[in-house]
Write a protein that binds this ligand. Structure first.
Ligand SMILES: CC(C)(COP(=O)(O)OP(=O)(O)OC[C@H]1O[C@@H](n2cnc3c(N)ncnc32)[C@H](O)[C@@H]1OP(=O)(O)O)[C@@H](O)C(=O)NCCC(=O)NCCS
Length: 342
């Protein structure tokens, strides 16, 4: 049964929508286990919500729905329970590198709200992340673009599915827990080396191992070309930023896991391409055994199909990927590589 938008939902009814799937069932158990929040979890009034959504760069097409569907305790006890517990799971791990259990996709039985619900969770967490930013001395010129990745990802959703929503809420929890910061063209995530990357780095003779502190390097979409100058400036800012705002953490190494680092792209792009310049900053760590054509197509074209004839051929990269997919299946790979000292 699909939930009506104005349905008055009890906590028990809401849980019924969630326990049908194994992932959400485990997650409900986890939300129950953390208990009720010992801090106030609140949502702003619709009037106060408007400018917040604009600050988050939420696409204009999505704003009316979000204002209109604002959850309240009176409107739905069930949704309010979910909102409180999700926000609590984030606030109790504010600033912690290994975060809470990931937010899973919500079931379609929740109606349109299943695509939008987590946006309210981020709004509810906002006062707490602001407090954390204040304690760490994070300036507005960093916090604003960092949190605006929420709206960017809603724009990505709209481009991909032609409807509003957010399908990677788990990624956005990093921003609202103080784990990731946008510094100019790039985003940098406080993290540690994983098992495979850590081992590869150690084998390359570098003084790091699984668990060593590392900055995850991310390239946001819809932010112009990835020029070497913009990247230089970002890396330089990262060095200063983390030393100043996280002096107890030492980051000498950056890692990136992206389709952008697939060395096969060099067969198609001119040597001066920004993407190839970006690749040259990194040393290969390992090539995953599994190909991921879908991942690259999703990022480049915003589409789910990997059928070459259905993909546009407007740019050198689009033609390259189409040709590559046509020449043989599963030839486009993700790649992870460590950067020697950002
Ligand atoms: C990363 C990004 C900014 C690089 O773009 P760029 O700076 O233009 O890159 P290059 O200069 O190397 O581009 C070389 C060619 O590929 C094209 N190209 C690059 N990225 C493209 C994209 N996402 N879609 C279509 N074409 C693209 C360029 O237009 C150029 O072709 P042209 O000379 O025919 O115009 C861009 O790919 C992007 O915004 N990607 C989305 C975000 C992303 O994927 N992040 C990584 C997540 S893991």
């Amino acid at each position: 049964m699909t939930l009506r938008r104005d349905a008055l939902l009890s906590v028990a009814e809401l849980k019924q929508h969630l326990v049908g799937d194994r992932t959400t069932a485990t997650w409900v158990e986890y939300l129950e286990s953390i208990g009720a929040p010992d801090i106030a979890i609140e949502l702003p009034s619709t009037d106060d919500l408007r400018p917040i959504l604009l600050d988050f760069a939420v696409p204009h097409e999505d704003i009316d729905f979000l204002l209109d569907s604002l959850p309240t305790m009176e409107r739905s006890e069930g949704l309010w329970w979910l909102l409180e517990r999700c926000a609590h799971s984030m606030v109790r791990e504010m600033g912690v590198i290994d975060g809470p259990l990931p937010f899973p996709p919500l079931p379609e039985s929740m109606g349109v709200l299943h695509r939008y619900f987590y946006v309210y969770v981020f709004v509810a967490v906002l006062p707490h992340v602001r407090e954390y930013y204040h304690a760490q001395g994070i300036p507005d010129q960093v916090s604003r673009p960092t949190l605006a990745d929420l709206g960017r990802n809603m724009a990505v959703h709209r481009r991909r599915f032609q409807v509003g929503g957010l399908d990677n809420a788990d990624w956005i929890t990093l921003h609202f827990r103080g784990a990731i910061y946008q510094l100019g063209r790039l985003q940098f995530e406080r993290s540690t080396l994983g098992n495979r990357t850590g081992k590869a780095v150690a084998e390359a003779g570098l003084p790091y191992a699984p668990g060593s502190p590392a900055l995850g390097v991310h390239v946001p979409a819809f932010y112009g070309p990835l020029t070497p100058q913009a990247c230089d400036a970002s890396f330089e800012r990262a060095g200063v930023f983390f030393a100043r705002h996280f002096p107890e953490e030492t980051y000498d190494i950056g890692v990136c896991h992206s389709w952008l680092l697939d060395d096969q792209l060099a067969q198609y792009l001119p040597p001066a391409a920004n993407i190839l310049h970006f690749q040259r900053r990194f040393q290969p760590a390992y090539r995953p055994a599994e190909p991921d054509d879908e991942g690259i197509v999703r990022f480049v074209f915003g589409r789910s199909t990997t059928v070459p004839d259905e993909l546009p051929r407007r740019t050198t990269l689009e033609r390259a990927i189409g040709d590559h997919l046509r020449a043989g299946p599963s030839l486009v790979w993700w790649h992870r590589a460590p950067a020697l000292k950002a």
